[in-house]
Design a binder for this molecule. Structure first.
Ligand SMILES: [Zn+2]
Length: 302
């Protein structure tokens, strides 16, 4: 299968073969690549983890309550699977998981346009189709790829999650009260770029075209994220999660913990050691030692 120029111009979704892409997502990676996206090694899409998290957070700020995490459900996540769907899709997922009564293993869900750009840059080296950023069904916030898809059919389908013919692990949420967020995914990047490049602004039009300024800017973006991050003004809740949280806010947290004389490396990645350090700090301050860095813990660290 391949895409045509028509597909791109009318913004239709390009069907990908998710099993092939899931293999890329499953390649082990040691956090973000420290350089520009265009220079990142082809392999795991987790090399753009830092930038991806900024894009997700920016999208959440743009669409409060619309695009939500489901990592609090009974799920296990693959290495590069960002657990985000639109709110009605999450409610449906919760009901399906409760109905079956076992853990749902998710290999891929929301794919950021940074991850999609990596795959798209490498498209000629692969035999499977790859959509340009903004045209994948994994940018809709309505997609999951699961293990044991046929075992889940009779639980997911009644709750509005439909299997996609020819793409075994893939389900799309087809229930009501959702919106097309693919252009928002592009616009989230364009906004972040402009905040960081006031002298080199691009249109915030939500449109990605091959050879266009948004593609060029995306390729010239740092894989570990921009200097000015969306959480600078509105802190995100930091905790041990899958994929691991990475970013300037994690560095600041680790440095504050070090100042409080708790041993932790300031590597910008919230792994098990940072989790342990946070819990130690919380114990000292008589806070609930849950490892979750919200306003209370942040307030004590400041
Ligand atoms: Zn899929």
């Amino acid at each position: 299968m391949s895409y045509s120029i028509d597909d791109i111009s009318n913004q239709s979704i390009i069907v990908e073969t998710c099993l092939d892409i899931n293999e890329r997502d499953a390649i082990e990676s040691k956090g973000s690549f420290h350089g520009l996206l265009k220079d990142a090694p082809f392999g795991a899409t987790a090399v753009v983890n830092g930038l991806s998290q900024q894009l997700i957070y920016q999208l959440q700020l743009m669409l409060p309550g619309v695009f939500v995490s489901y990592d609090d459900l009974n799920v296990d996540l693959g290495d590069a699977a960002f657990p985000y769907v639109q709110a009605p899709g999450k409610q449906a997922l919760q009901r399906a998981i409760q109905a079956r009564g076992i853990k749902l293993l998710v290999n891929s869900s929301y794919r950021t346009i940074a991850q999609q750009m990596l795959l798209f840059n490498d498209r000629f080296n692969n035999s499977y189709p790859v959509a340009p950023p903004g045209r994948s069904n994994h940018q809709t916030g309505l997609a999951i790829d699961v293990e044991d898809p046929r075992g889940w059919d009779s639980f997911l389908i009644p709750h509005g999650w439909e299997p996609l013919p020819g793409d075994p692990p893939h389900f799309d949420y087809v229930g009501s009260e959702t919106r097309d967020i693919r252009q928002d995914s592009i616009r989230a990047f364009q906004q972040l770029w402009n905040i960081n490049h006031p002298d080199e602004k691009i249109d915030e039009d939500g449109i990605f075209t091959e050879g266009g300024e948004t593609e060029d800017a995306l390729n010239r973006s740092p894989a570990f994220g921009f200097a000015k991050a969306p959480w600078d003004n509105k802190p995100r809740v930091l905790k041990l999660s899958q994929p691991r949280m990475e970013g300037s806010d994690v560095v600041r947290l680790q440095e504050a913990l070090k100042k409080a004389e708790i041993i932790v490396a300031a590597d910008g990645e919230f792994g098990p050691e940072t989790d342990k350090a946070v819990k130690e700090f919380q114990k000292r301050k008589n806070l609930t030692p849950d490892g979750i860095v919200g306003p209370k813990t942040l307030g004590q660290l400041a």
